[in-house]
Design a binder for this molecule. Structure first.
Ligand SMILES: [Zn+2]
Length: 395
């Protein structure tokens, strides 16, 4: 077969997954490990434009080696988004039995970094769409491939800033074992730094202890946590209350010196309905109030931009439809996704994908081959339902 012939034919599903897995796209907060995702984006864009999709690569500000892809089949308003992130987490050198960057078929499984979380989903979405022609669509099918989900969510944030895509519904194929998910908690990580004055330990008047000030902060935070957990309960979650973890503390240097500096890092996981900005304001006000007369200098720093909670209404058509097709009622999960950003754009979103979260971020990550057929069937049903015969929005 000549190269030209091969280019005209869509690559088969397994070849697409193979190519995606063997194109490294690790994202990491450690710059030494961070790889960018442009090669995955261009693979996808080439396949999709060869298949007649309109493709658009959207660069991400301050990340020259990263981009999002929006590909559209059909046209007009509304439509269904099938979305996935193109980046993976780093891998544990020496702990894999299979090459993380080579798709290995064994034991009825597809092994490789990104098989479950979640490059394979993008190939499955393309394969599912191959059965349709844009002439059949009353509303478009949109494939969105993002950057940096595993770290800063800069890809999803860039989409929100550009107000792209515009659509009615979205499926994000994160590993949920083919069960629909409509809720997850948010994430807020904050540093609290107290600065006092050092001095000889023998005379407390010589200094101002940041460490003792932090003791007051810890009390303030644990009582705030009690209040948050009494006032906010959502039984859909396995841990039905917001959590506040005191994760890191460092202060002082020597027993005979008054401690001048003390820093605490906390992780707060709010339930849907609890706004990050508001929580941050309350946190600052409580800590500042508790230390009002202490003479200590207080500074706060967000350790990450934070991810909002996901909350897609149970009554949304995409929730009902995925529940009916899978036979499971939409659940709440413990991990964060890009879904709240799609919801912010007015796109009702369900997280639903073929991998299992237990295999994500693990050595020997795999996708069960038995999931492939039901995933393709499910995606085809969804495309049929939301692009070929979309629900009447006027009634
Ligand atoms: Zn993921």
């Amino acid at each position: 077969m000549s190269i030209i012939n091969r280019m005209q034919k869509p690559p088969n599903l397994l070849d697409m997954i193979k190519a995606l897995i063997s194109t490294p796209s690790v994202s990491s907060v450690n710059p030494a490990l961070d790889q960018g995702n442009l090669s995955v984006i261009s693979l996808l864009a080439n396949w999709l434009s060869g298949l007649g999709w309109q493709t658009e690569i959207l660069p991400i500000e301050n990340h020259p080696d990263k981009a999002n892809l929006i590909a559209t089949l059909g046209s007009g308003p509304g439509g269904l988004v099938l979305a996935g992130h193109t980046d993976t987490v780093p891998w544990d050198e020496g702990r894999w039995n299979h090459d993380p960057f080579k798709l290995t078929q064994a034991d009825g499984r597809l092994y490789g970094l990104g098989t479950a979380d979640m490059k394979a989903f993008l190939a499955l979405a393309i394969e599912a769409a191959c059965q349709f022609s844009p002439a059949q669509f009353r509303e478009p099918l949109i494939l969105v491939a993002t950057a940096d989900e595993e770290t800063s969510m800069s890809g999803a944030r860039a989409l929100v800033a550009a107000k792209r895509p515009q659509a009615r519904y979205a499926i994000i194929g994160e590993p949920t074992g083919l069960r629909p998910v409509r809720m997850h908690k948010g994430i807020l990580m904050e540093s609290i730094h107290l600065r006092g004055r050092s001095g000889h330990s023998s005379d407390p008047a010589l200094g101002n202890s940041a460490l003792e000030g932090m003791h007051t902060v810890l009390d303030t935070l644990t009582s705030w946590r009690r209040q948050l957990q009494a006032e906010n309960i959502n039984k859909l979650f396995r841990i039905p209350v917001p959590t506040l973890n005191l994760g890191h503390i460092h202060g002082g240097d020597n027993p005979n010196r008054i401690c001048a500096d003390c820093e605490l890092h906390i992780d707060l996981r709010p339930l849907p309905g609890m706004e990050l900005a508001e929580l941050r304001e309350i946190l600052h006000a409580r800590v500042t109030g508790a230390l009002e007369d202490s003479g200590l200098e207080i500074s706060f720093k967000a350790l990450a931009e934070g991810t909002p909670a996901m909350d897609t209404p149970a009554s949304s058509e995409i929730v009902r439809c995925t529940e009916a097709l899978t036979g499971y009622s939409a659940a709440a999960v413990a991990f964060g996704t890009e879904a709240p950003y799609f919801n912010q754009m007015g796109i009702n979103t369900v997280v639903l994908g073929p991998g299992d979260i237990d295999q994500a971020h693990q050595p020997d990550e795999f996708l069960d081959e038995a999931r492939i057929k039901p995933t393709l069937e499910l995606l085809r049903e969804l495309i049929q339902r939301f692009c070929v015969n979309p629900p009447d929005q006027t009634g």
